[in-house]
Design a protein around this ligand. Structure first.
Ligand SMILES: *Cc1c(COP(=O)(O)O)cnc(C)c1O
Length: 344
């Protein structure tokens, strides 16, 4: 058996998505007349309780467009120190938006409010004005952690007092909403803009949306075109996105349930460690006694694929192509590997 737990991006389009692609009315979205893209954008804006949305090829693009629209060249933006936008977007804030990024210490993806406040500089002859706070929810490097709603409220008050905008890297925002049992529009209400990915746990093959005010999205459209993100018969992809949001959104809860089950079973295996108190959403973070690279290699021999996420840490990601049978198999792979993995 082949069990791919490298990421929730590895899913294949569902039968419903294939059918939706065949049936989708298409146009040319750069010319502004693809009805399926328009439907996806309207649906997403409504789901998040915001005025408008724009469909883009990736979450990197939606995040970087948001930075470029919110910030003037030379402005400062604040991020938690483990943010995807700092780690995994190839330095784009420096290249595209030309924004000064300042990182704030964080624990499990959550920053102390006073640490954020300490880094806000106002406009003067000397200082870069701090104009944007970016958050990530759920948090990738923090193992799928969810930011408490009360903390969102505190960040919002702080930003309002100091004139900052707030952007959410919500690649997995819908996981956070399912986990907390809240409506997406409630979470989005704390932000000026939100980026969501359809290609993660929601199971679409490609695509992300940036959501915000009509004025903001108007500017974002020009940035999308500038970056080469204008797509033509993209209604094909939007059709999958509509299935993902309308029909597959609440399935995320099963990924969370399976992640919990997997974490509990792995916690019983000697020579690895899983912190059940921190277990949340669809990731399982496994600490290994021996180097994580050795574990990943040995697990792959048994048919289980995952990504080392530190010298002694593996990241396992649950997604809609993993069934309960796969789970039992995955635990068995770990048991076999525990017996066979060798020191470096
Ligand atoms: C996946 C991801 C993104 C966007 O990634 P793309 O591969 O560019 O779509 C952004 N933020 C987080 C937290 C992610 O996990």
């Amino acid at each position: 058996m082949n069990i791919d737990l490298r990421s929730d991006t590895v899913t294949r389009p569902s039968a419903a998505m294939m059918a939706a692609m065949q049936a989708a009315p298409l146009g040319d979205d750069v010319l502004g007349d693809d009805p399926t893209v328009q439907e996806l954008e309207a649906y997403t804006a409504e789901l998040l309780g915001m005025e408008a949305a724009v469909f883009c090829p990736s979450g990197t693009m939606t995040n970087q467009i948001a930075l470029a629209v919110h910030c003037e060249r030379g402005d400062a933006a604040l991020f938690d120190e483990d943010a995807h936008m700092l780690f995994y977007e190839v330095g784009a804030p420096a290249v595209i938006g030309q924004v000064l990024c300042r990182s704030v210490p964080s624990t499990d993806g959550v920053m102390e409010v006073h640490e954020v406040e300490r880094r806000m500089l106002s406009y003067s002859l000397h200082t870069p004005p701090t104009t944007l706070l970016c958050l990530e929810n759920t948090h990738n490097r923090a193992g799928g952690a969810v930011i408490p709603m009360d903390r969102l409220r505190q960040y919002r008050e702080l930003c309002d007092r100091n004139g900052l905008h707030m952007h959410l890297d919500g690649a997995r925002m819908l996981n956070a909403c399912e986990w907390l049992g809240i409506e997406p529009a409630h979470m989005a209400s704390f932000f000026d803009s939100v980026s969501i990915c359809l290609s993660k746990g929601l199971g679409a093959p490609v695509g992300s949306l940036l959501v915000g005010s009509a004025d903001f999205i108007g500017k974002a459209r020009r940035w999308r075109k500038r970056l080469g993100g204008g797509m033509r018969q993209s209604g094909l992809l939007a059709a999958c996105g509509l299935v993902a949001l309308r029909d597959q959104r609440h399935d995320l809860i099963h990924d969370h349930r399976r992640a919990r089950m997997l974490a509990e079973q792995l916690a019983d295996i000697p020579s690895i460690h899983v912190d059940l108190a921190k277990q949340s959403t669809n990731f399982v973070m496994v600490e290994t006694d021996l180097p994580a690279e050795n574990w990943a290699h040995a697990l792959a021999q048994h048919g289980l694929h995952c990504i080392p996420f530190g010298p002694h840490r593996l990241r396992l990601v649950l997604h809609r192509d993993i069934s309960d049978e796969h789970l039992a198999e995955a635990v068995e792979c770990f048991r076999l590997t525990a017996a066979s993995v060798k020191p470096a």
